[in-house]
Each structure stands twice: as C-alpha cells, then as structure tokens.
Design a protein around this ligand. Structure first.
Ligand code: APR
Length: 232
C-alpha cells in the first residue's frame, strides 16, 4: 500500500501557541540566528543560548497538540500503508498527539547533549551553562538541537524513506532551509505525488503537484479525511 512521508515545520505548531521563525512576529525577528542557533554563538555566550532554549522549553511544556497533529496521528493509525513524519520542529507535539513514527531531524527541546563526549540525557526544564555531563563531567552540556552549520540528524534514514515514498507532503514549512527544502525534489525523483499544505503558498510551492492553503488545524484534518475516504 502507498507509503507516505510527511515533512512538518513550525507552522503546524503555530496554532498550539508556539512561534514560527520567519513570520512577522517570528523568532528570527526577535533573536539573531548567529547568537542563539549556531555553535559559535553558544561558545561565545552559552548563557544567552540556554536562556533562549529554556524559554522555548518552558513554553513547549504547556503547549497542547492541535487538530493538525491529531489528524496526522489518525492518518498514521488508519492509513493501510507506512506513514513517516519527518519534523523540523523541536517540540514533541506529534508524540503528544499519539504519533509513533516521528523523526526529529533538528533534535528536540527535551534532549540535552554533552559537547565533549556526545552523551545524551533528558534536559531539565531550565538548563544552566557549566552543567557537568553526567558521564564525563565536562561542563559542556548543551541543548540537543541542530544549529545552523551542523548536520541534521537521521539524514540517511530520511533519504531512504524519500526514495520509497508514493506521497510526500510538506506541512507548515517555509521551505527556506536545506536539506529539508530539497526533500520535495527527492520525492519527485522517486515518482511520488507531492502536496504542500500551508497558510499561504511558500516560495517553493511551484515544486509541488498540489498546494492546499489555510490554517493547519483546518487544512490538515480536511486533507486526512479525504485521504482516508477517497484513498488519495
Ligand atoms: N497553519 C499552516 N501554516 C502556517 C501557520 C498555520 N497556522 N502559521 C504559519 N504557517 C506557515 C508560514 O506561512 C510559513 O510558511 O508555516 C511556515 C513557517 O515557516 P518558518 O517560520 O520558516 O518555519 P520552518 O519552515 O519550520 O523553519 C525551518 O528553519 O530556523 C530554522 O531550525 C529552524 O526548523 C526550523 C527551520
């Protein structure tokens, strides 16, 4: 049966109250990427970076999954084929909605990583700089999220999924950041049908066979209903 690969971005969590990056009031309108989302920024001022992620971690902890997350969990449950979610988001709202197969290519706010020995552990709500690694004791604890200039996680697995996809959907992403922005081309090369679901057509919308616009909490449940009743 048809295999689906669904890429999600910040737009799917917007109606759960979590900010996007490039919308008017987005995170990158209020913070400089080079200060809070690069290894160099962390080396320069770890306190600033921890404060940025602590605020997002505390906010994400009280956020609830919305109808779009729930619709994708229903699709994973009821679709007779494989449905893999690849998310750029570092919140855990797909899992909170009941999704099982979620690949976090940019890591998660819930994770902490030792920059010295690569040990990973469950981050406290508020990470402090200079926190010793539970294994090697180096004071090199950092958020386990992928910063600009770093390689996203699980790329081999993601490309394997794209190569065997029959349907690729991109939901709530501006398609500005590679490699995720190039996934639609990989899927097309594999012969997959492609659909973008977004508040408004993204700059990369022309690469998709179909573009559905509207808030994710409306457009995604409608799309899932159609898939589950009409099969496509
Ligand atoms: N419903 C659907 N789409 C929405 C909604 C909504 N309610 N609100 C916003 N959007 C759309 C916007 O129109 C935009 O196209 O979601 C998209 C959000 O784009 P970005 O803010 O660029 O977020 P994203 O695409 O996830 O960014 C990708 O960039 O900064 C890095 O690591 C960061 O993972 C992030 C990556």
């Amino acid at each position: 049966m048809e295999k689906m690969v669904i890429l999600t971005g910040a737009g799917i969590s917007a109606e759960s109250g979590l900010g996007t990056f490039r919308d008017e009031d987005g995170l990158w309108a209020r913070h400089r990427i080079e200060d809070v989302a690069t290894p160099e920024g962390f080396a320069r001022n770890p306190e600033l970076v921890h404060a940025f992620y602590n605020a997002r971690r505390v906010q994400a902890a009280t956020a609830r999954p919305n109808a779009a997350h729930e619709a994708l969990a229903r699709l994973q449950r009821d679709w007779p084929g494989d449905v893999v979610i690849v998310t750029q988001n570092v919140d855990s709202l797909h899992e909170a909605a009941g999704s099982q197969r979620v690949i976090h290519m940019h890591g998660t706010l819930a994770g902490a990583l030792c920059a010295e020995c690569d040990h990973r552990w469950q981050a406290q709500p508020e990470m402090q700089s200079g926190q010793p690694c539970p294994v090697c004791q180096a004071t090199a604890g950092r958020p386990d999220v992928v910063w600009f200039g770093e390689m996203p996680y699980f790329m081999d697995e993601i490309f394997d999924h794209l190569e065997s996809a029959d349907l690729f959907a991109a939901i709530g992403t501006s398609g500005q950041v590679y490699p995720a922005a190039g996934f639609v081309q990989e899927a097309r090369r594999a012969g997959a049908a492609t659909v973008e679901i977004n508040l408004a057509p993204s700059d990369g919308a022309s690469a998709f066979d179909q573009v559905l616009t509207g808030p994710a909490t409306r457009a995604v449940p409608a799309w899932v209903d159609r898939l589950l009743t009409k099969g496509r």
